[in-house]
Design a binder for this molecule. Sequence first.
Ligand code: IDP
Ligand code: MG
Length: 152
Amino acid sequence: MARERTFALIKPYGVQRGLIGEILSRFEAKGLKIVAMKTLVVSEDLAKSYYSEHIGKPFFEPLIHYITSGPSVAMVLEGDEAVKVVRKMMGKTSPTEADPGTIRGDFGLQIGRNIIHGSDSLTSAEREISLFFEANEIVDFERIDEQWLYGE
Ligand code: IDP
Ligand code: MG
């Protein structure tokens, strides 16, 4: 299994609905390491680069409007197969299809008001991490429970 870093963003409605702590505690309890994190209001320029894969789709403009509408919390999460693990913990894109027990399945109803984003591949993770963080904002450290999480 490969140790990976992935990018996650608690979107404006997740912040406004007071779900930052709930979401972070799920990631921490899973064993993922939060190696970088910040609160920011995503600018229009950043939003357009971040969601460039969706340019031209009918939901692109509303998505940009939503993501820039208030503070978000950006983070880099590290752990074995972190990209896949975070996607599974988030659940399907549509909150009405996402399974109970997943973040989207538990805390929302509308696809246009998703409360969280997670990178869909290692390539996207690298791209998104570099859009939101400078290299010196990402911290290498060991959690005290790592030998219990990963073995020797
Ligand atoms: P993902 O967030 O599960 O990776 P993407 O297809 O990358 O899903 O879509 C990015 C975001 O765009 C979604 O989180 C959602 O907020 C929004 N979105 C995707 N599809 C639709 C749609 O059909 N209608 C409205 N918003 C959508
Ligand atoms: Mg996506």
